[in-house]
Design a protein around this ligand. Structure first.
Ligand code: MSK
Length: 641
């Protein structure tokens, strides 16, 4: 066996998910991300450390000891910092574009052009309006919605003279003051994206500190888009409440029409859920037992949180469910959709259906999704899947049996509802009292993706188990939550296996106080939603800080992206640092080509904002660093009685 073949076999095992390993163990007729990762080795070290500049077309310029400046004279610190700003802008643009579509759908609803949508949570709409001091008394929901949508659009489009309201009203007063005094408070989402892109043009800003601060502003623009997205999705589709389902490839049912929804935006996937319910009879008429919907990535998280649709897998293994031979259609919207899905689909007779005008894949079916014809188009997608099922009849499927129970659906409102059974007057005190007594050692948010620079799902699992053992309250979003769903950590059973005594007692008290209210007991890790929903965690951090009477940099709360991959993860990391949180990243990002920029990320950010990054690829060491950060804050805050 050649070295290359040996390496390929090793790398095909770059996952700890048994369902993934089972699919990859077979002779496959086409490649997957696991193979393409091997083919890309060795990866370019200039790109990997951030010192490749392609901003002007005299380049690429690559910084070496022999050539320490680009043709224009830019040094490593300018190049690395500029690249970081542009990466953050990619993330901020993606989240903001997602939420812009939700705002535009609400506008269309107001104008009578979105007949299939309605206000599902008038309570959330009124809560948002009250947050912004918009009058609610005696007003119709649609009148209030018009004011809220206008405010959201203003936060997207303002050109000068004021700053983003969605930040001002959702973070601590201390953070508002910090962002304003350090000139990183966005005027609006689009203004930051335009001015930061201009600032990184050739021949513009060469100052690394100025550039990094602009990256933090881009992060805050990202926060704005994300928070608007979560709020408006809750209004349009309902505030998540606990749901009980299953996850991993064992949810695929060979006797049903299997449809995977993949991407991020719930505008279409919510309609697919509705259409699937309406079209059960059509599937049965085609000889199937019904329709099995399942989710991938964050569209999967959206429909899990609100509709209980089971997640079939997370980002890295998105091609693999099709390799069971049983997926009839994969309906995709935006972001994190590997172009590679189409080649796999062609091998396994799956129909990939793209639905966004800015996310098409050659060879795929395309439905030009519009809010005016949303349900009709969702039904069209399902009929394509039913046609696929008819062609699949008689074809042998090879489906891993792995699946685990899942408890998800924890919006902040749902958590407060649980906490209210213990302290109705001040629900957040359920957490802060547990922090004060030492029952909980801190709170950790797991966010982000998968990345083949590590082993798929391994860091997520290692760090979570270690922190659970040490009594840290665990929250998760995005594909981190996807890992925990697949691997059985979103279950009550995982508490017995992994939680320390303090965390066990905390969750037991919640279970006892809410006995009979839910379909089952609470899980080890609380799933807060898709990657766009990370602001739910910040809302909790803000409430904890306010209850302690301090600013966020003082509370024992950490964030981690154990397997960060996307530009969005970079933007999220930046705003979490600006919020004042220690942020662990399990993949070293391309900033190490400049000691100065790396030093700003690791230390200077701490001095100025209270938050900072920790790069650590080893899961066990990362958990130790996160615990150290929590303990330091608890000690400084003197929270333990
Ligand atoms: S889908 S951004 S891989 S979390 Fe949100 Fe997952 Fe990361 Fe995409």
């Amino acid at each position: 066996m050649s070295d290359v073949t040996k390496k390929k076999q090793v790398d095909r095992n770059r996952s700890i998910d048994p369902a993934v390993l089972e699919v990859l163990s077979k002779e496959l007729p086409c490649d997957t991300a696991y193979d393409r990762y091997v083919a890309q080795q060795p990866q370019c070290k200039f790109g990997d450390t951030g010192v490749c500049c392609r901003i002007c077309i005299q380049g690429p310029c690559r910084i070496t000891n022999k050539a320490p400046k680009g043709i224009c004279g830019a040094t490593a610190y300018t190049i690395v910092a500029r690249n970081l700003v542009r990466t953050a802008l990619g993330g901020a643009s993606a989240h903001s574009d997602h939420s812009k579509h939700i705002l535009l759908t609400l506008k269309a609803l107001l104008d009578g052009h979105a007949p299939d949508y309605s206000i599902k949570s008038p309570e959330k709409l009124r809560a948002i309006a009250e947050r912004f001091e918009i009058a609610t008394e005696g007003r119709e929901d649609m009148e209030i919605l018009a004011d809220v949508v206008k405010l959201g659009m203003d936060d997207y489009m303002r050109m000068s003279g004021d700053s983003v309201k969605w930040i001002e009203k959702t973070v601590t007063p201390g953070r508002v003051e910090k962002f304003k005094s350090h000139n990183i408070m966005p005027t609006s989402v689009f203004e930051t994206i335009a001015s930061a892109t201009a600032q990184t043009h050739m021949g513009m800003d060469a100052d690394p500190v100025n550039l990094i601060f602009k990256a933090l502003e881009a992060g805050l623009a990202d926060y704005t888009g994300m928070h608007i997205g979560t709020d408006m999705s809750d209004v349009l589709f309902g505030v998540p409440t606990p749901v009980f389902t299953e996850a991993n490839m064992g949810v695929i049912n060979p006797n049903k029409v299997n449809i995977a929804v993949h991407g991020h935006n719930p505008l279409l996937s919510e309609m697919i859920v509705q259409a699937a319910r309406d079209m059960e009879a059509d599937a049965k008429a085609a000889g199937a037992e019904g329709i099995q919907l399942m989710g991938i990535c964050c569209t999967g998280n959206e429909v899990l949180m609100r509709q209980g649709v089971p997640p079939v897998t997370n980002f890295l293994s998105q091609e693999l469910p099709m390799m069971t031979g049983a997926i009839d259609a994969m309906v995709v919207d935006v972001q994190c959709i590997m172009p590679g899905v189409q080649a796999v689909a062609e091998c396994y007779n799956t129909r990939v259906i793209t639905t966004s005008e800015n996310a098409k894949i050659p060879g795929a079916h395309h439905i030009d999704f519009s809010e005016e014809k949303a349900l009709e188009q969702a039904k069209h997608a399902i009929s394509i899947a039913i046609d696929g099922y008819k062609e699949r009849e008689g074809v042998e499927c090879c489906i891993p049996s792995d699946k685990n129970k899942v408890v998800a659906g924890f919006s902040v409102e749902a958590l407060y509802d649980l906490f209210s059974a213990i302290n109705a007057d001040a629900p957040i005190k359920v957490i802060t009292d547990a922090l004060k007594s030492g029952e909980l050692r801190g709170v950790a948010l797991f966010a982000g993706c998968n990345n083949l620079k590590g082993v798929h799902d391994e860091n997520h699992m290692t760090i979570a188990k270690e922190l659970a053992k040490n009594d840290v309250l665990l929250l998760a979003t995005g594909c981190a939550a996807g890992t925990y769903a697949k691997m059985g950590l979103l279950t009550p059973a995982a508490i017995d296996t992994y939680a320390g005594d303090g965390l066990k007692a905390f969750i037991k008290r919640l279970n006892e106080a809410n006995a009979g209210k839910l379909e089952g007991d609470l899980p080890l890790i609380f799933h807060l939603g898709s990657c766009v929903d990370n602001t739910r965690a910040t809302n909790l951090a803000t409430a904890i800080a306010n209850d302690f009477g301090v600013d966020v940099p003082k509370i024992p709360f950490v964030a981690s992206a154990p397997e960060a991959m996307s530009e969005k993860a970079v933007a999220i990391g930046l705003w979490n640092v600006a919020m004042g949180l220690p942020v662990h990243v399990g993949v070293v990002p391309p900033v190490t080509g400049s000691d100065l920029v790396n030093g700003i990320a690791l230390q200077v950010a701490h001095d100025v904002y209270g938050g900072y990054f920790m790069w650590e690829t080893d899961g066990t060491k990362a958990a130790a660093k996160m615990l150290e950060a929590l303990d330091y804050r608890s000690w400084k805050l003197k929270v333990h009685a």
